[in-house]
Design a binder for this molecule. Structure first.
Ligand SMILES: Cc1cc2nc3c(=O)[nH]c(=O)nc-3n(C[C@H](O)[C@H](O)[C@H](O)COP(=O)(O)OP(=O)(O)OC[C@H]3O[C@@H](n4cnc5c(N)ncnc54)[C@H](O)[C@@H]3O)c2cc1C
Length: 506
């Protein structure tokens, strides 16, 4: 019997396993694939853009250096002042200039080691997480395809999942088993959304005449193609209503015909080494929890890769769920804590689905969509427009509705700093919440003792405090409460009880 069985050792399942292991839960991960590596996960096909918010999750758990190393990126010097972002991404294939982001309009962007996103690959992410999971005592069993839920009994608090002849019992089961999730179907989650308008392809092949393809994203009257810097790695999408999907094998002839149509060239493909198709079907479950079964990552939401959101969304799910489920397992979660997982993450997922739909809408090959595309291109080229898209895609605009008047509450905490240089991110490695008290008289010290095992209390003069006197940060890095220079103890204790349960004393 484990506290939690996680189905799927993709990036989301592994990160969730790390979070639960860090919090002292016994965790078993069941993964269908017998081996971890695959050409689909390695560079170039496995390349993924991690947002600054996702990179920050790695930083806060002491995994930034291993992530950068595994991604072939050197450690980044920490700027003294908030700096321009290194990249600002794209919207519907229209690239944004990072120099055009108005950082003065981003008041919570403090300098820190995780200010920028990282281009990495799935293999690097999974390797870092697997090593960490193993250190934390998580068991990962490979070559085990979950095919049934044999028992799901709310009353005796046990769920039993079946994989072939084997059964595995746990108090909780989390399906992190990707877009075609078996757990989602077995547990009866409702999965709703919109049907596709296009088929997309990623192809690794020999392009006989690459000069016929322009580098980067190219929007064309019939779709879009992407020529990446990696030789022979091409992406494309064609508005066919999603007719061609993964049930058909994309042949060389088919892929070449699509590429010729969308690029308007007579480019020649040969020696197709790897190819896969996807669509812009956009679906989400109506809840992320049914009884003792939860979902995270692509199992809970699918959408097209336009705008590079899926993995970032899943990382956010895992960080949000991990500490809440651990507190529930340990019996000190306040009432309703676990249900705030759906309450907080589902709207973010719904936003991501809409973000991809909006991009599909302006890429459609009809006169009306093309006209909107021109308008959008002009708008996102303005300073305000670029800043708007950057805030969305970097994760900095996410704010949970936690109540409370302070503009930081509910947001991902900036990397606040004490006068001695200690950063908030460095204080979060053990997965506890953090109470930062900048008041001269350590005003919250007595109050915080009630939550010692759950909240790390740190006091001292401020370096960067953004005008606050004290801040309570949840284990997932979200600001739960902000106090002024004479922080109100009652307010702190109410916030601590709301997120961390009753104090151990009093
Ligand atoms: C071309 C492309 C480009 C992308 N680019 C980006 C990007 O730049 N940025 C971004 O954020 N996202 C991007 N994404 C999306 C991102 O790759 C996914 O959202 C992310 O990998 C999902 O992670 P996951 O752990 O939820 O699911 P998965 O990575 O799909 O992992 C699920 C795991 O569960 C296992 N599994 C499945 N069924 C079972 C079963 N029955 N029993 C046991 N194990 C099972 C699978 O083998 C797999 O290991 C892109 C996607 C594509 C297709």
């Amino acid at each position: 019997m484990h506290d939690v069985v996680i189905v799927g050792a993709g990036p989301v399942g592994l990160l969730l396993a790390c979070e639960l292991g860090l919090a002292g839960c016994s965790v078993l991960v069941l993964e269908r694939e017998p081996e971890p590596g695959s050409p689909w996960k390695a560079d170039p096909l496995g390349m993924r853009g991690l947002s600054a918010a996702s990179v920050e999750a790695f930083y806060r758990r002491g995994m930034l250096h291993p992530l950068l190393k595994a991604s072939g990126v050197g450690d980044r010097p920490v700027a003294e002042e908030p700096a321009q972002p290194r990249g600002a991404g794209h919207f519907a294939g229209m690239m944004l200039d990072p120099a055009n982001v108005d950082i003065a309009a981003l008041p919570f962007r403090l300098p820190g080691p995780a200010m920028d996103g990282v281009m990495t690959d799935l293999e690097a992410v999974e390797t870092v997480l697997s090593e960490r999971a193993s250190v934390l005592g998580v068991q990962v069993r490979r070559g085990v395809a979950v095919s049934g839920i044999a028992r799901d009994d709310e009353d005796d608090g046990v769920v039993v999942v079946r994989a072939g002849e084997h059964e595995y019992a746990a108090r909780w089961v989390v399906g992190c088993d990707g877009g075609r999730s078996t757990v989602r179907g077995l547990a009866g989650f409702e999965f709703l959304g919109t049907e596709p308008q296009f088929t997309g392809y990623v192809v690794l092949a020999t392009v006989a005449d690459p000069e016929k393809l322009r580098p980067g994203f190219n929007l064309t009257p019939t779709g879009m193609y992407l020529r990446t810097p990696a030789e022979g790695y091409v992406g494309m999408l064609e508005f066919d209503g999603g007719a061609f999907d993964r049930s058909q094998r994309p042949t060389r002839d088919h892929l070449q015909a699509v590429l010729r149509r969308v690029s308007g060239t007579d480019v020649t493909l040969s020696d197709v080494r790897l190819a896969s198709s996807f669509t812009d079907r956009a679906m989400q479950t109506t809840t992320y929890r049914r009884g003792r079964v939860l979902l995270a990552g692509d199992a809970a939401h699918i959408h097209s890769p336009l705008g590079a959101q899926g993995l970032n969304l899943g990382i956010g799910d895992a960080m949000n769920l991990g500490w809440k489920l651990a507190a529930t397992v340990h019996g000190h979660a306040p009432d309703g804590l676990l249900d705030t997982y759906t309450g907080e993450r589902r709207p973010v997922g719904a936003w991501a689905l809409d973000w991809t739909r909006a991009q599909t809408a302006v890429m459609r090959p009809d006169a009306h969509a093309q006209a909107i595309q021109g308008v959008v291109r002009d708008l996102i080229g303005t300073r305000d427009g670029t800043t708007y898209v950057f805030e969305k895609t970097s994760g900095s605009s996410i704010r949970y509705a936690l109540g409370g008047g302070h503009p930081l509450t509910g947001r991902n905490a900036p990397d606040l700093r004490l006068g001695d240089g200690t950063r908030l991110g460095d204080l979060m490695r053990d997965g506890r919440g953090v109470a930062l008290d900048f008041s001269v008289d350590r005003r919250l010290a007595d109050s915080a003792t009630g939550w010692t095992g759950r909240i790390r209390y740190v006091a001292g003069p401020a370096g960067d405090d953004l005008g606050s006197g004290a801040v309570l940060v949840r284990p997932d890095g979200v600001v739960a409460w902000v106090g002024d220079h004479e922080p109100d103890r009652d307010g702190f204790e109410r916030a601590a009880s709301r997120w961390f349960g009753r104090p151990a004393t009093g």
